[in-house]
Design a protein around this ligand. Structure first.
Ligand SMILES: C[S@@+](CC[C@H](N)C(=O)[O-])C[C@H]1O[C@@H](n2cnc3c(N)ncnc32)[C@H](O)[C@@H]1O
Length: 367
């Protein structure tokens, strides 16, 4: 697969281990190196711990192409097949080798958070745990594949687990592999998502000290996320209510922003319910969110996790949907990051092409 891809791409510059880096995608912006072969290719992402494809969806909205997915959960795999029937997939990262992953500009990884999450009661095993420890599997293949950019996402608790030592390990491991690393905490509610969801986003740029800062931090304030005003002085509809869609008559009553959704089941066991309820005070009733409402509250298109009835044979598909959604990233935040990664790749590529051209020219002159 990799050989075929490389054969079709013109060599622009070479990176470590003689691998050919992708050509400039935005050459039309600079007038540099404009050839039919390299104007048609989109930047690419390979996603690991793909879940239901939150990274993939958002990067594709920003103009990337998904080259590869890795996911072990059977229900999530069915969702991925529904949205990306053609994309090559692998199940267990433990036996994945970098050679299976097509050459891609960005690798993403929302590695499992259970062992570092504060939502978990009691002792947190941290990166020593069997699930969050899968970060080391990611690092193992990054060491071989050396993508230009890696983007990781995890719960806020990763910053504090084992007094910060787990987070230090993540940063140090990537740094030891040659990546400059930056991170930033974002709350999805600031990206038009009707949910308070704080997550840490970690960016690594291979041998580029300035890269993570350029991607994660903007030099100017962006526009505020305010609800559009209503005519005749009527009250603005909160983003959460807009997801629920049922605004008249007997309710429901909800807060303007939902609490963080966790991976939970459809059964009420006392502890696994999200704190977000939908209440109908006039009817004296309360209910939990439906999976479709959870999709809206995560910023996914409605129906994203719905499968045809004959597709997944279990009585409790709702539980699987709640669980997968609670584990996912909120695509609007990733979309914002993906747009910035795209600009970063474009600028980097142009700078490298310019340096290459300068080198060639100076060789011509010296002849
Ligand atoms: C935090 S979730 C990532 C969710 C994803 N970012 C999304 O938007 O849906 C972690 C994912 O890693 C998957 N996973 C756990 N162990 C794995 C393994 N050994 N190989 C591949 N995927 C695994 C889980 O099934 C889960 O979907």
């Amino acid at each position: 697969m990799r050989k075929e891809k490389q054969k079709n791409k013109p060599a622009v510059y070479s990176k470590k281990r003689g691998r050919k880096a992708p050509p400039s995608r935005m050459a039309e912006d600079t007038g540099l190196y404009l050839t039919p072969e390299n104007t048609e290719s989109a930047p690419t992402i390979a996603s690991l711990f793909t879940g239901i494809g939150g990274f993939d969806l958002a990067f594709e909205e920003a103009g990337f192409k998904t080259t590869f997915q890795c996911e072990i959960n059977k229900f999530c795999i069915e969702i991925l097949k529904k949205h990306w029937p053609q994309v090559p997939r692998w199940e267990n990262i433990k036996d994945l080798s970098d050679a299976r992953i097509p050459l891609s500009d960005v690798w993403t990884a929302g590695f499992p958070c259970q062992d570092v999450s504060l939502a978990r009661m009691g002792q947190r095993p941290g990166l020593k745990g069997s699930r969050s420890g899968l970060f080391y599997e990611f690092a193992r293949i990054v060491e071989k594949g050396r993508p230009g950019v890696v983007l990781l996402e995890n719960v806020h608790g990763l910053l504090h687990s084992h007094k910060g030592r787990d987070f230090e390990t993540v940063v140090r491991t990537l740094a030891d592999l040659g990546y400059s690393v930056g991170w930033r905490v974002f709350n999805s509610k600031n990206f038009g998502v009707p949910q308070s969801r704080q997550r840490v986003y970690i960016v690594g740029c291979y041998r580029d000290r300035e890269g993570p800062g350029k991607i994660l931090f903007e030099s100017e304030c962006r526009e505020r996320d305010v609800a559009p005003g209503q005519e005749n002085g009527a009250e603005s509809i909160s983003p959460f209510k807009r997801v629920l869609g049922n605004l008249g008559g007997e309710g429901p009553v909800v807060q303007s922003i939902a609490y963080c959704l966790y991976a939970c089941s459809a059964r009420h066991t006392g502890t696994d319910w999200s704190r977000t309820y939908v209440s109908y005070p006039k009817l004296g009733k309360v209910r939990r969110l439906t999976p479709r409402e959870c999709e809206g509250i995560m910023g996914f298109p409605l129906g994203w996790t719905k499968l045809p009835e004959n597709k997944f044979q279990t009585e409790d598909v709702d539980s699987l949907r709640y669980h997968a959604l609670g584990n996912a990233v909120t695509p609007p935040v990733i979309r914002w990051l993906a747009e910035r990664v795209k600009v970063y790749l474009r600028q980097k590529s142009c700078a490298e092409i310019a340096a290459h051209t300068k080198r060639e020219l100076s060789l011509c002159v010296s002849f």
